[in-house]
Every structure is written in C-alpha cells, then in structure tokens.
Write a protein that binds this ligand. Structure first.
Ligand code: ZN
Length: 201
C-alpha cells in the first residue's frame, strides 16, 4: 500500500486524542494541509505553550499559569466557602454562571472501585486540611450525579462531619442536573439553579 509517512504520523497522533477516530484524524490532517502555514504554526505554538506553561494550582488543584491560580489569589472571593469538584474543567462550568463567589477544591476524579480508584487516590486529605486550616464554614459538593459521584459525596460528607471541633456545613448541588449527566454537559441555567437551591446534608 502506498503511504505518505508524514501524513500517516500526523493521523496517528491526532487519532490518539479522545473522541477522534482514524477517519476524523485523516480529515483533520488533510484540513491542516490546506491551512495557511502561519495558522498551522500558531496552532502548534499554542498547543506547546499551553502544555508547557499550564500547571495545577498548588492550593485548589485547578488549572493555573503559576503556582497559585487567580481564583485562590482573589481576595474578593469568599474564603470560607469551598466548592468541591471532580475535575479542574468543572470549575469553568460553575464560573460561567457568575453566581458562585467562593473558592474551589479539585478532587482529581471520583471514588470508583471498578477503576481501582479509592479515597487515597484523590485529593481528599488536602481537602480536610484546607477545611481546618482555612476555617471553612461551608463545603458545597458538586460531584457528578452518577453512582461513583454519589458514592464520593457520601464518603466526603462522612469525613467532613468527622472533623473534630468543626461545624462545617456540607451542602450538595440540588438535583436539577439530570441523573447520569456530567456537569460538563449541563447548561448554565441548570448549574445555576442547582447551586442556588443546594441543600444541606
Ligand atoms: Zn487555585
């Protein structure tokens, strides 16, 4: 079979991205070939710059261009309310509502026995430390409404309530987000309503 090695390499790399099959990768590669050279170089430069300069905030675990992210450094944000999310990208969804003024804590996943992910694989110890060290009065659990997300929320509630001398209020997003729907796919109004009508557990 006649093969163009550089094209094949390009398709191979693109097809490694999630949701991109070989056919789509081939289409993207051919599109890239038709793009202006400066546009392709800019795309490559931005991907490299993004990868090389984006880190996880040492406090909340969200995305950051420096040691501490802008949300953690923002002195106008309510310091005693923490919203716990599974992944760094979930922060963007909640930020889009412009309703929430507290800070965040990224777990880095959810408890999932089938995938071999237990509490020790998540940033739970860091969360408990922050609740105590930062005098947190409310923790809003914004894990996803699927089985693993619910299991994680129940586990976190138990751990948070067991902190000695702490009267931290634990709330959970209202069930406006349809069961099984990842926060990522919920629209802005749904997330806003789920936040506004969060309930204590
Ligand atoms: Zn941060």
């Amino acid at each position: 079979m006649h093969k163009i090695k550089l094209l094949d390499d390009c398709i191979h790399e693109l097809a490694r991205l999630p949701g991109v099959g070989r056919k789509t990768a081939a289409r993207l590669a051919m599109h890239i070939l038709k793009m202006k050279p400066e546009d392709v170089h800019r795309l490559a430069d931005r991907l490299t710059a993004f990868k090389d300069n984006t880190v996880f905030c040492s406090v909340c675990g969200g995305l950051s261009e420096g040691e501490t992210c802008p949300i953690c450094m923002d002195t106008y944000r309510e310091p005693h309310v923490l919203c716990v999310v599974e992944e760094a990208k979930d922060i963007f969804i909640i930020e889009q509502t412009s309703y929430y003024k507290g800070r965040y804590h990224v777990l880095g996943g959810k408890i999932s026995p089938l995938d071999g992910i237990g509490p020790d694989n998540l940033r739970i110890a860091e969360l408990l430390d922050r609740v105590q060290a930062e005098g947190v009065t409310e923790v809003i659990l914004a894990t996803n409404p699927d089985v693993d997300g619910e299991t994680t929320a129940i586990y976190l509630t138990r751990r948070l309530k067991s902190i000695a001398d702490s009267a931290v209020k634990v709330t959970k997003l209202a069930s406006g987000i349809p069961l099984g729907t990842h926060i990522e796919y919920a629209d802005e109004m749904t997330v806003l309503r789920a936040l506004e009508s969060r309930r204590e557990i």
